[in-house]
Design a protein around this ligand. Structure first.
Ligand code: AMP
Length: 388
């Protein structure tokens, strides 16, 4: 199929921050943007040409988006695969319904990773009290129970310390069908970020080293400080999974590095990824432009890192006393503020991020940490609570 060129409209299923940053890059390149989201004034809606208000399971709304667009992509893997299947009859959808069917169900994803022979955490399926007990016996403790569907950032997850807590753990995730995983005492977490084009071409962004707090990404550093052999293995795992999926676009594999240096796949995200936000400002081609290029069938861009960088997530907790005071960000010329335009802040909600690039004088990690501490300690600029 021929490339979809600037001037064409790219449709986004989901209008969150990933769609916003893809839309900003796509607009710079001359594309037009349509989105489907329950909130037309959300992060991507604010920068789109055309917004369709609707829920992610609204097939008619998705069909209208597809009619408006030359190609459709997404900013969340939680769009029902059935919706994608319907619209891909008329419009190219990247990634495809087949990819989402595997990814959006943790059990399918675990089975897929196993079939590819990629290393992953020990896991067992849980669907009733009997399989819960059996899973506890085979996986051991501590373990983590994760719902098969709709989980993210630690939502739909329960850590279980001992056999007597199994029933409570399952109750905590609403007794939903789940996957039990062994709790990994990892040395660190890294992610491999790559794009796969329509012709199967693969390009890697540098690996990110990720620190989470309360299951939510806090800081990513790039490049990850890992031995070259480990970096090669991480990229090989990502490439194998992307190719086996037949994926088109950006894809991330989150990996645990065990204390013996071996790697385990935690999960796959078939889209742009929070640990790749550093690419927007630090790489020749950001993950957002790269995804647009892959989606539109263009040659992929150069993903090289121009300067080492650190990305600090800004969660809603920082808004507890009103809009944060950004003085600390402005006072570091190598720090760049990204806000997603979300109207209401809640604890744990991703409101924006700060990118700190290496200026050759200061350690970007130390600058990011200083900014974080200042933002936490700073008195709010005004006590005007944000709407909603
Ligand atoms: P997830 O939503 O599955 O990506 O989990 C979010 C974070 O929780 C991960 O990045 C880890 O920091 C932690 N986590 C998830 N699963 C495990 C596990 N099996 N063992 C140890 N930590 C985990």
């Amino acid at each position: 199929m021929s490339a979809i060129l600037p001037g064409a409209t790219i449709g986004f299923l989901g209008g969150g921050q990933l769609a916003r940053m893809m839309a900003l890059e796509a607009r710079r390149m001359g594309y037009r943007i349509a989105i489907l989201d329950p909130d037309p004034d959300g992060p991507a809606g604010q920068v789109a040409d055309h917004c369709i208000e609707g829920s992610f399971d609204d097939v008619d709304a998705a069909q209208r988006l597809a009619e408006h667009s030359q190609v459709v992509t997404l900013d969340t893997e939680h769009i029902p695969a059935e919706v994608l299947e319907r619209i891909e009859k008329t419009t190219p959808v990247r990634p495809s319904a087949d990819v989402l069917r595997i990814i959006q169900d943790r059990l399918n994803q675990r089975r897929f990773i196993e079939a590819q022979g990629a290393p992953q955490v020990r896991w067992a399926a849980v669907s009733d009290p009997e399989s819960l007990k059996e899973a506890g016996e085979s996986i051991g403790f501590p373990c983590i129970l994760k719902t098969r569907r709709s989980g993210y950032d630690g939502k739909g997850q329960a850590r279980i310390e001992r056999a007597t807590d199994l029933a409570d753990g399952w109750e905590a995730i609403g007794k939903a069908p789940a996957v039990m995983e062994a709790f990994v005492d990892f040395d660190r977490e890294i992610s491999t970020l790559l794009a796969r084009g329509v012709d199967g071409e693969i390009r890697f962004h540098p690996l990110a080293h990720n620190d989470h707090r309360h299951h939510i990404l806090h800081i990513s550093r790039a490049p990850a400080d890992v031995p070259p052999e480990m970096a090669r293995q991480a990229q090989e795992i990502g490439e194998g999974l992307a190719t086996a999926l037949g994926h088109i676009g950006m894809i991330a594999a989150e990996l645990f590095v065990k204390r013996d240096g071996s790697l385990l796949v935690n999960e796959i995200a078939p889209r742009t990824h929070n640990s790749g936000h550093y690419t927007f400002g630090a790489c020749v081609t950001s993950q957002f432009e790269q995804h647009v290029r892959a989606t539109c069938g263009l040659p992929l861009g150069d993903p090289s890192l121009q300067r080492p960088a650190v990305m600090l997530n800004l969660l809603g907790d920082l808004w507890s006393g009103g809009e944060p005071d950004w003085t600390s960000v402005w006072s570091h010329p190598s720090a760049h503020l990204h806000l997603y335009g979300k109207a209401s802040a809640r604890p744990g909600r991703k409101m924006g991020h700060v990118l700190v690039v290496d200026d050759g004088k200061n350690d970007p990690g130390a600058v990011a940490e200083k900014i974080y501490q200042d933002l936490q300690g700073a008195a709010p600029r005004a006590s005007v609570a944000r709407a909603g």
